[in-house]
Design a binder for this molecule. Sequence first.
Ligand SMILES: Cc1cc2nc3c(=O)[nH]c(=O)nc-3n(C[C@H](O)[C@H](O)[C@H](O)COP(=O)(O)O)c2cc1C
Ligand code: SF4
Length: 402
Amino acid sequence: MSKRQGPVIFSDIEPYAGLKSAVKMGESKIILDLVAKSNLRGRGGAGFPTGLKWKLVFDTQADKKFVICNADEGEPGTFKDRVLLSEYAKLVFEGMAIAGLAIGANAGFMYLRAEYKSLLPLIEKVLTDMRADGALGKNIMGKEGFDFDVEIRLGAGAYICGEETALIESLEGNRGEPRNRPPFPVNTGFEGYPTTVNNVETFAIIPHILTKGAEWFKDIGTEKSSGAKVISVSGDCENKGVYEIPYGTSLNEILKMTGTSSAKAIQVGGASGVCVPKEDFTRKIAFEDLSTGGSIIVLGEKVNLMDMVENFLEFFKEESCGQCTPCREGIPVFLEAVKSIKDEKCTKEYLQDILSLAETMQCSSKCGLGQSVPNAFVSVIEKFKNEYKLSKKIKEEKVFNG
Ligand SMILES: Cc1cc2nc3c(=O)[nH]c(=O)nc-3n(C[C@H](O)[C@H](O)[C@H](O)COP(=O)(O)O)c2cc1C
Ligand code: SF4
C-alpha cells in the first residue's frame, strides 16, 4: 500500500514537541487562541472548527470535563485512521493531552473500532511508553497540575457509534443510538459532563500546529480550508493507499498521484458521499467544494453505478439504528426504487416521489446517517443519466433534463 509524504501529519516533528510548546504557553487561553487562529476544522466529516469546539467546553463550569478520540472509522472506503493509529499513535495521544490542558480535562477515552482490535497491543504500548516519558499521567512534562491520561475502549462493530452522541452512549455502556441535540456534547457529553469529541486525524494535527504555528498551517491548503487532508484511496486505481494532500487538490491530481490514467467516476466521502463524473474531476477536495472524511473510491468504466448505490443502501439498512422514521422507513423505499430502475419499471411520477423523499430524509432524519442516505442515489441520478436503463417512457419525457 502506498503512503505519500505530506505537508502536515506526514511531515517531520520532534517527539513531544507539541506538548512541550503547550506547556511553555502555559495558559489555556493561549492554546485555544492558537488553535482557533489556525482555522483547523475537524477531520471526522462535519468540519466543525476545533478551536471553537474546545473553547465551548473550556467556557463551561463543571467539576469534570472529558476528551474523546473518535477512532470508530467505519465509512466504507476509509482506512486512513487505521494507518494513523498504526504509525502516529503517539502524535494522536499528544494531541489529546494538549486538548486536556486547553479545556481543563484530566481524562480521555479513545473509542476504537471493534474491527481494529488487532491494533490494541500496539496502542497500549504507546500509552505505556508515554507514561514512562512523563507525557501522560501526573505533572506532564514537569508541569505541576497538568494531569491527563487516556483509556482505550473498544466498540462492538456498529457504524452508527461513529456518530458522536451514539459513541458517548456506547462509552457509557448503553445501546449506541444518537441522542437528541441540543444539548451538544460540549455541554452535556460523557456522563453528562462537557466533552470534546474529535477525530484521530484532528488530534494528530494539533502537535504540528502547536510547534509550527497557525500561520504555517494556514499557508497550506486554500483560504477557506487550512492545512491538508489524509485520504484513503481505493477502487480501480493503480496505487491504492493513504495520502496526505493539501486542501485544494483536484480529483485529476489525485488520480495522477496514484498513477491512474482513467476512471469513469469517483465516489467522494464513502457511502454517505457523492458520485462525481469524470467531467467534474477538476473539482477540489476542500470544505468549500468536495468535503470528505477521507474516503476516495475510484470507479472504472465497468462499474455499474446502480449496483454500487444498491450496495450502499444495503449497508445503511443494516447499520441504521432504526430510532427515527425517515431513516428506518426511507432506506427500504430507496432500495425498491433502485430495483425498479434496474428492472426498467421506474415511472416519472415514481422517480419524482423518490427525489422528494430524498429531501425529506435529508432535512428530517435525526442524525447524519439518515441525512446522507440519499446522497449517492441522487448524485448518480443527476449526473449519470445514461448509466442505467430507464423505461422508454421516462427517456422520452426527459425527466432528467437531458
Ligand atoms: C453515522 C456517522 C458516523 C460517523 N463516523 C465517524 C467516525 O468513524 N469517525 C469520526 O471521527 N467521526 C465520525 N462521525 C462524525 C462525528 O459525529 C463527529 O462529528 C466527529 O467525531 C467530530 O470530530 P472532528 O470535529 O474532529 O471532526 C460520524 C458521523 C455520523 C453521522
Ligand atoms: S437517522 Fe437513522 S441512524 Fe440516525 S437516529 Fe435516525 S434511525 Fe438512527
